[in-house]
Design a protein around this ligand. Structure first.
Ligand SMILES: NC(=O)c1ccc[n+]([C@@H]2O[C@H](COP(=O)([O-])OP(=O)(O)OC[C@H]3O[C@@H](n4cnc5c(N)ncnc54)[C@H](O)[C@@H]3O)[C@@H](O)[C@H]2O)c1
Length: 368
């Protein structure tokens, strides 16, 4: 409910996996503080996906954001959740700001710095609340990590190493085979799409401006030259099918659920992706703090691990294990922290992310 005691009236723009999940996080509270009023989604198959979890009437489905915004008089919306692909974010946000709606915008903000700067400028000018879906800021693990850094236990931070490791199935199903994510025209760049969370975390934790960045991002292994003898589809009598770790998984599970049968068996060496197949970056922050970042596919489980080097202690964290160790550099004494397990996407971050947005709409003074 907002300050007037009314349930917040929300619309979803972009009925893909993420939009459905985040709307459920926003409307699922008990008692519910928000209600889904309408959905804008051009694809019929995606509208069908929305009809399963949502109970809104058929006339409340609109073709796209423009169609939805042309019905504002009858919809009486308070806010929108924008979960479309990043290439569309700038124009949709501009249209929603013109309409005076509060906005939850999924990360990344936009594909280019100029577009992002423009959105910041016009959002501030309009005085419209806009929250970006940097959900890791609400994950118990990253909240604890930042709390330790801010407590001063590590002393002065000199340097930091950070890795985002993407599991084999996440890499093959999402970034090789899924056209929503496997090309720069749609996602901007792989590091922007996959690791804008991590770039946000580096800035959030170090709390200083970054002065210099250098980055290397080849695609050299998942290319036709690595496997010139195989067909473009795993199911087209591929001679390596039985021992290829990247072969398709016939029964759709997890990431594969979002692939059509036609996409499921595309060969990872011959897919149309133009993304790099690994990425490393080095940074210098104000005051000489250095950082390295490694975006790496091909581990068993998705994970993020990091080492933060301070003058008094070294912090080592593993997000998937929800474990942080802080070791004194002179005595070797180690303190271990375990953060709680949350059976949700992003380590329990999505529900508190949604809650923060609703809290702000209900009472802007309640959010620091
Ligand atoms: N915060 C997180 O951790 C997290 C996790 C996953 C995805 N995301 C982000 O969420 C966004 C959506 O991800 P997804 O996996 O659901 O993508 P998706 O491509 O599967 O779904 C996006 C949907 O938006 C629809 N769409 C495009 N233009 C539209 C318009 N003008 N009006 C209405 N609908 C439109 C498309 O038809 C598509 O169904 C992306 O920006 C992605 O980076 C964030």
């Amino acid at each position: 409910m907002n300050k007037t005691g009314k349930i917040i009236r929300l619309a979803l723009i972009g009925g893909g996996h993420r939009g459905i999940h985040m709307i459920n996080c926003m409307t699922g509270g008990d008692p519910a503080r928000a209600e889904l009023i309408a959905v804008a989604e051009p694809r019929e198959d995606r509208r069908e996906d929305c009809r399963k979890p949502f109970t809104i009437p058929p006339e409340r489905y609109y073709h796209d954001h423009k169609d939805l915004l042309s019905h504002l008089d009858e919809l009486k919306l308070d806010a929108v959740l924008i979960a479309t692909d990043v290439a569309t974010h700038h124009d949709i946000v501009v249209a929603c700001i013109d309409a005076g709606l509060s906005i939850f915008l999924e990360k990344p903000i936009t594909r280019t710095v100029d577009e992002a700067a423009n959105l910041v400028k016009i959002t501030e000018k309009a005085g419209i609340p806009l929250q970006v879906g940097f959900s890791l800021r609400y994950s118990p693990f990253f909240v604890k990590l930042r709390e330790i850094v801010n407590s001063g236990t590590l002393g002065t931070i000199i340097s930091l190493d950070w890795t985002e490791a993407v599991s084999l199935r996440h890499w093959t199903e999402c970034y090789c085979r899924n056209p929503s994510y496997n090309n720069r025209a749609t996602v901007g760049s792989w590091i922007l799409e996959k690791s804008s969370h991590d770039m946000d975390q580096l800035n959030w934790i170090l709390d200083k401006p970054c002065l210099w960045v250098s980055c290397f991002s080849p695609r050299s292994f998942f290319v036709p030259a690595t496997a010139p003898d195989v067909p473009k589809k795993c199911t087209d009598n591929c001679p390596r099918l039985d021992d290829c770790p990247f072969a398709y998984v016939p029964e759709a599970t997890g990431m594969s659920d979002w692939l059509t049968p036609d996409q499921l068996d595309v060969c990872v060496y011959h897919c149309e992706s133009d993304l790099p197949d690994r990425q490393v970056a080095i940074f210098e922050y104000e005051g000489g703090v250095t950082a390295t970042f490694n975006l790496m596919p091909l581990v068993f489980e998705d994970n993020r691990w990091m080492t933060i080097y301070g003058t008094q202690a070294t912090l080592r964290g593993s997000a998937e294990d929800r474990r942080i160790s802080v070791q004194d550099v002179t005595t070797g004494v180690e303190t271990i922290y375990h953060t709680p397990f949350e059976a949700d996407e992003h380590g329990g971050a999505d529900v508190p992310t949604a809650k923060a947005f609703l809290d702000f709409l209900i009472d802007p003074t309640s959010v620091p």
